[in-house]
Ligand binder design. Structure first.
Ligand SMILES: Nc1nc2c(c(=O)[nH]1)N[C@H]1C(S)=C(S)[C@@H](COP(=O)(O)O)O[C@H]1N2
Ligand SMILES: [Mo]
Length: 521
């Protein structure tokens, strides 16, 4: 009985209000935009990853961002900078698609002009990437055409007479559903292809040979200090710095490293060629030039690889060459002084980190590692080419943007404890501890001072050699109640004391004494 009453009410109620056409136009804009991105992603996944319209525009944005904005973004968002960039890019696109839908409702031609402009921008960006191929224009072009057709069909359906109630589904709903479905299917298929192209599976099948020259075993007492940075940094907690919006997934079977330019003979090696060499394994600490005093863009790992000298000797360097210009699969470039490869330090083309093949973010299948130089002038990830050349002929990605050509790592220390603004109970000892590094020179001493008082020598943990950081610690007794500042300074193996001069990272690395503020009481 009740059911019947309900039925009567519904039949006699007001007819469903037709959805306002502007809402439908916005939806038309969003769905056709979604189809553009889906088709673009699918085509890019099966041709060139960097030809994806969104990634291409994002990468071009990174390449053209002024230095101050980049610095601000890194300071503001740190390791999340890429996620923030992609998020903003998608938010902007949503806004564009909404506008396109509304404009198209009034004038389809004007809407299509906007679609065309957006498509042209995407084609421009993707074909301008340094790793662009002959087909990089395709994903954005086909995606834009598909989106344009969808926009015309959907907007015409919106403009047409309200849907007649013929059956449960109007023609309009079918069209909207079809475009939504096509957008979802293409985007999903693109993501699936990308997943299947990922290096995770091949990486797991790689068998690393034993090193001909193994790294020294870690001496006892290398992690002597509790609650601070461990001596070994795992791959997953190692800092990541690069310009790659999507992490290159390199097919190791077809990957090669080519050494050319000012050489006696060109050398091209495969990954298996590298593994067949006499491999050396070394502990080395790597630092980013963007690391602020007290910052965490520094890590220490056991690297396995082929000495750079092995490969360069095979190629035969011309005597007037002074630069190695490394190129990554994504077109990124790094310039390294030839001397850093030939002066006896453990420079290598690394294939493994802490006993495992490199992870994709850290440069799979191979990267350069040079002790004592900041990463941007040495540590090329996803390396595929070394051009032997001269500093008066070539420049590299970051040196084109105002960073120094020569950038040896500056002697540095960091205070890990006490934590900033820590509170310590009165009468207790205050542990002060951290790490210090001066790759190739080593650390001979770390000193600490409270409130500008006398420098007291801290205790150094053991270390394996001059190319890695070392832990240090000191326990302050009898700090008076109140606010205090503790400072640290390191002395390197040459006897040079870490400079007090406070300078920013650009152009060749930050300096200054690290400090921590704490309260007793
Ligand atoms: N291909 C490529 N290699 C690169 C970079 C990059 O942007 N692209 N960044 C360099 C910089 S600035 C640093 S500090 C190190 C960081 O290496 P990691 O991410 O493995 O810690 O990689 C270097 N190698
Ligand atoms: Mo860096």
């Amino acid at each position: 009985m009740h059911g019947q009453v309900d039925e009567d009410v519904r039949i006699q109620g007001p007819p469903p209000r037709p959805r306002p056409r502007r809402v439908l136009a916005v939806l038309a804009g969003l769905l056709s935009g979604g189809l553009t991105l889906g088709v673009g992603a699918l085509l890019a996944s099966s041709t060139t990853r960097s030809a994806d319209p969104v990634l291409g525009v994002g990468q071009e944005f990174i390449a053209r961002t002024p230095e101050w904005l980049k610095e601000w973004a890194i300071r503001q968002f740190g390791q999340a900078d890429k996620a923030v960039l992609l998020g903003s890019l998608y938010a902007t696109l949503v806004l564009f698609f909404v506008v396109i839908g509304l404009v198209a409702l009034r004038s389809l031609r004007a809407g299509l002009v906007l679609v065309g402009l957006l498509g042209a921008a995407a084609v421009g960006a993707t074909t301008n990437r340094p790793d662009a191929t002959a087909v990089s224009w395709l994903p954005s072009t086909v995606g834009t055409v598909a989106g344009a057709i969808a926009l015309v069909v959907l907007v015409r359906a919106v403009r047409g007479t309200p849907p007649r109630a013929t059956g449960p589904l109007s023609r309009r709903s079918v069209l909207f559903g079809a475009v939504a479905g096509a957008a979802a299917v293409t985007a999903g298929a693109g993501a699936a292809v990308n997943r299947s192209n990922s290096v995770a599976a091949t990486r797991a099948t790689i068998v690393l040979p034993a090193p001909a020259s193994p790294a020294p075993a870690l001496p006892p007492g290398i992690d002597a200090v509790a609650d601070i940075t461990p001596y070994v940094t795992s791959a997953s907690s190692f800092y990541r710095v690069d310009t790659a919006l999507s992490v290159p997934q390199v097919d190791v079977a077809s990957w090669t490293l080519r050494i050319h330019g000012m050489v006696e003979r060109e050398v091209t090696v495969t990954f298996d060629d590298l593994l067949a060499e006499d491999l050396v394994e070394r502990w080395m600490t790597m630092t980013c030039v963007s690391n602020e005093v007290g910052g965490n863009l520094v890590g220490n790992a056991r690297w396995l690889g082929v000495p750079l000298t092995t490969l360069l000797r095979r190629a035969g360097l011309q005597p007037d060459a002074d630069m190695l210009l490394s190129r990554s699969v994504d077109g990124f470039t790094i310039s390294t002084p030839v001397a850093a490869a030939t002066d006896g330090r453990s420079s290598m083309i690394a294939v493994a980190m802490n006993g495992e093949p490199l992870t994709d973010v850290h440069g799979f299948p191979a990267r350069m590692i040079v002790p004592g130089l900041y990463g941007y002038v040495s540590a090329c990830k996803w390396i595929t080419e070394i051009e032997v050349t001269r500093f008066d002929r070539q420049t590299a990605y970051w040196t084109d943007r105002g960073w120094a050509e020569q950038a040896p790592v500056k002697t540095a220390s960091r205070i890990d404890v006490p934590a900033s603004f820590a509170k310590v109970a009165a009468g207790q000892t205050v542990p002060v501890a951290g790490v210090a590094w001066a790759q190739t020179r080593g650390i001979s001493k770390v000193e600490v001072s409270i409130d500008g008082g006398d420098w007291v020598e801290a205790r150094l943990s053991s270390t394996v050699d001059a190319d890695t950081w070392v832990q240090w610690s000191h326990a302050f007794e009898g700090a008076a109640p109140g606010n205090h500042t503790v400072r640290a300074r390191a002395t390197d193996g040459d006897g040079a004391v870490q400079t007090q001069d406070v300078v920013k990272p650009i152009p060749d690395g930050s300096s200054g004494w690290p400090s921590k503020f704490f309260t007793v009481g």
